[in-house]
Write a protein that binds this ligand. Structure first.
Ligand SMILES: [Zn+2]
Length: 522
């Protein structure tokens, strides 16, 4: 049942045993117990386990647990997309923190969470998902409940073919008498009809866009300019090929209601994700068509599946690194001209809106430009290497000394931590054997735990420091390797260039600004 959702799950099993669990729960919560229950569950549901994360002796009231943190890291790295615990309290006893995980962190990372004995499964909309424990503590659970109800009533309306999207799609208006019904907007519909006709006549998206723009036909952006935030309509009044494609493939225009194209992850996360086409809710013939069904499907045959550019014939060393210094858009490299066998650079923004006089050509002979840039890069590299040598000579002794001291201190801290943990174990056993009273135990435990957290904090800080300098050092080492390689090569390859150059800005006045990756190293 768990795999029915068309998705492969990599499970992170999380197990926690806390020292506070007294002897009675100790038995049922023991690590072996949790493990066997969870592996049984995983087996029954045919799931793949990515890793098991066990925190032995950590309190559930805070989230500073090493293996728990490791689990979160693996989630962030995309290695784990399903988390299973025995019950919710294994995740944590702090409801705010636990709530945060279940309501925000997991959904944001598209992680499914299951608490086996609590019957909680965050990907199921069932009453089994007992949100009661949260309700008492987190008022905003109520908000979630409502948002869920609204969601399901919206979906019910979508399934009835009622428009629920607010502003009507381009080409339509909301019916004044029934806002869930669409009526044709004559002016916009005429534009849509023209676009379909032009496509049938064999014009490309680009040519259609250009033609409409030159005639001054109003774009969707101009109709809705007050709320338009689309990424591809950079300037009102400019038809973009992507807009043309969107219109030509929109089934709304044959009278079918297509909804549920995107969804909010949940009520707390603003992120909106695109749904896959199988999640679309489509109801046929709900409103008047603008385009004849047959014509629409005739046009679909002409629409290339992939809008991505065709593979470039020639690979240039600086491909993708060039930017227009004046408008910020990318600069592309044209294919070789037949008459002089030369490539030229051109500002993309200028090229897209050629006759609108937006930005300027930024035209340069590419091969010459490449030579100039490689020369400058060589100079920058030589400069860096000489600085690096000086720095190394002066600092290496000092640093080595420092490193030695740090490592020694780390060792001492590590020993202290082990000692305190041993003592904690010891008094715990003494309490179990009734050699000390519960009050005595609590008092000593508190003291030891305080000590422990101080030492642990120091240890972590120092360790981070050491790691930081190490990564900084190794980063620098890699860069120096790249630089040396580059300096020794007659013809640099693309891999080296990409590792050494961040971006190159080209200005119309022929100024060039090279941003290298090693600039901020020191
Ligand atoms: Zn430009």
């Amino acid at each position: 049942m768990l795999n029915s959702l068309n998705r492969i799950y990599n499970v992170g099993i999380y197990i926690r045993l806390s020292r506070e669990d007294d002897d009675k729960t100790e038995m049922s919560e023991s690590i072996i117990n949790q493990k066997s229950l969870l592996f049984q569950y995983v087996k029954e549901n045919n799931l793949t386990v990515y890793d098991t994360y066990i925190d032995d002796g950590y309190s559930g009231t805070n989230f500073d647990r090493p293996n728990f943190n490791r689990l979160l890291k693996d989630i962030e790295l995309g290695k784990v997309n399903m988390v299973i615990t025995k019950d919710m309290s294994r995740l944590g006893r702090d409801y705010i923190g636990t709530g945060n995980l279940i309501e925000k962190f997991f959904p944001e990372h598209n992680v499914r969470y299951i608490a086996v004995t609590d019957n909680i499964d965050t990907f199921l909309d069932s009453s089994n998902n007992d949100i009661a424990p949260f309700k008492a503590i987190m008022n905003d659970m109520y908000a979630k409940d409502i948002s869920k109800k609204i969601k399901s009533s919206l979906k019910a309306k979508m399934k009835e073919g009622k428009w629920v999207g607010g502003r009507a799609p381009f080409g339509y208006d909301q019916d004044k008498n029934d806002k869930n019904h669409l009526v044709i907007n004559k002016e916009q519909a005429d534009t849509i009809k023209r676009i379909f006709t032009m496509c049938l006549e064999g014009l490309s998206f680009y040519k259609i866009a250009k033609q409409l723009t030159s005639e001054g036909i109003k774009t969707p952006a101009e109709y809705y300019s007050f709320e338009w935030k689309s990424h591809y309509n950079l300037k009102y009044g400019q038809w973009h090929p992507k807009t043309i494609r969107d219109i030509l493939t929109n089934r709304m225009y044959i009278g079918d209601m297509v909804q549920n194209r995107r969804s909010k992850i949940n009520y707390k996360v603003k992120k909106v994700i695109k749904n896959s086409e199988s999640d679309y809710i489509i109801v046929e013939n709900t409103h008047e068509a603008i385009i004849d069904r047959e014509l629409f499907y005739e046009v679909q045959k002409r629409i290339p599946k992939n809008v991505g550019r065709k593979e470039k014939k020639e690979n240039h060393l600086l491909d993708g690194l060039l930017y227009c210094g004046d408008c910020g858009h990318r600069i592309s490299i044209t294919s070789r001209r037949r008459k002089d066998n030369r490539c030229y650079t051109i500002c993309n923004y200028y090229r897209t809106y050629m006759n609108k006089k937006i930005c300027t050509t930024h035209s340069n002979n590419y091969d010459e430009l490449e030579k100039i840039i490689i020369n400058s890069l060589t100079k920058m590299c030589l400069n860096y290497i000489s600085k690096d040598k000086i720095k190394n000579n002066v600092l290496s002794n000092l640093e080595e000394n420092n490193e030695f001291n740090n490592k020694k201190e780390l060792e001492i801290l590590n020993n202290d931590i082990k000692q305190i943990n041993d003592n904690l174990d010891l008094i715990y056993i003494e309490k179990l054997n009734k050699k000390i009273t519960a009050e005595q135990y609590e008092r000593v435990k508190l003291k030891l735990e305080n000590k422990l957290s101080i030492k642990q904090k120091k240890y972590n800080e120092l360790n981070n420091d050491i790691n930081d300098t190490m990564t900084e050092k190794s980063k620098n080492k890699i860069i120096v390797e790249y630089i040396n390689k580059f300096l020794s090569m007659k013809d640099p390859n693309r891999e080296l260039i990409v590792n050494l150059i961040d971006r190159i800005e080209i200005f119309e006045d022929k100024n060039i600004n090279i941003k290298v990756t090693f600039n901020n190293m020191y």
